[in-house]
Design a binder for this molecule. Structure first.
Ligand code: ATP
Ligand code: MN
Length: 242
């Protein structure tokens, strides 16, 4: 299939959604750079954009496309303004590009710190290509929908990832819940790290406590959890910044 017909094919897969020129250009570049060969189907369409399953050669990949006219634009720009990238222009497109770039670099930092996240592959404009989490048949379920065989093991892994996130990557997820963790082969994979902030953010502790509260609320159905104990575990760092 040619690149043009692949793009048409992609447009056909997102009913009613019309991609902006900038989005098409970014996808075009990723295709020309050999990152994306074709699109399979949209996995999810959310407030900020669409995540597709796509392919590169024989491998599945995930492609997250931020909508430029996103409804949550205001909260995005508020988030970015706290710690704006150097020389960022203030138009909507540049802000969304910066947002996608932030998510991409956060994925890198987390991956390097040993936190299980989708491995970042490439970013172009408002489009991020990353490792696809799931099987040939279907994308991995969210924690809230997953069949959980061993809640304690899953919970301990998430807690350890939060500790590495805090101590090694010096980041706080800030939107963590059973909606932003995938379960693949009975192991957690943390996603959606655009709004993730540094531990030096003035609201850092509030965000961390909220993340802990969300996760605790979910796991209380299965095991007993002590939020204070989790927090102590997470912030117990031993010179491990990487
Ligand atoms: P929403 O508003 O729905 O939360 P979002 O903009 O916050 O969307 P994400 O949470 O990053 O975006 O991704 C949306 C959905 O796409 C996820 O809930 C998940 O089901 C799926 N998804 C995201 N990344 C991947 C991936 N790497 N592999 C498989 N599925 C993914
Ligand atoms: Mn999400």
């Amino acid at each position: 299939m040619s690149r043009d017909s692949e793009l048409e094919n992609l447009l056909g897969k997102t009913e009613g959604e019309v991609f902006e020129r900038a989005t098409l250009k970014s996808i075009w570049k990723l295709m020309n750079n050999g990152i994306i060969d074709s699109f399979d189907f949209p996995i999810s369409t959310g407030k900020e954009g669409t995540v597709f399953r796509a392919r590169c050669k024989d491998e599945f990949i995930a492609v997250k496309i931020y909508r430029i006219n996103t409804a949550t634009f205001r909260s995005i720009s508020k988030h970015l303004m706290y710690n704006p990238p150097k020389n960022m222009r203030k138009d909507r497109r540049s802000i969304i590009f910066a947002w996608a770039f932030r998510e991409f670099t956060n994925l890198h930092k987390l991956h390097r710190a040993g936190v299980r996240v989708p491995r970042p592959l490439a970013r172009e404009g408002n489009v991020i290509a990353m490792e696809y989490i799931g099987t040939e048949e279907q994308p991995a379920p969210l924690l809230k929908d997953a069949e959980i065989k061993n809640a304690e093991k899953l919970f301990n892994m998430i807690r350890e990832y939060l500790r590495r996130m805090y101590c090694k990557a010096r980041l706080i997820h800030s939107d963590l819940s059973s909606y932003n963790i995938l379960v693949h082969k009975q192991e957690p994979v943390i996603i959606d790290v655009g709004q993730t902030v540094g531990t030096d953010h003035p609201m850092a502790m509030t965000f961390l406590e909220r993340d802990i509260a969300n996760i605790s609320q979910f796991f209380r159905r299965f095991i007993s959890v002590d939020e204070e104990e989790i927090k102590r575990y997470i912030i117990r760092c031993k010179n491990e910044v990487c």
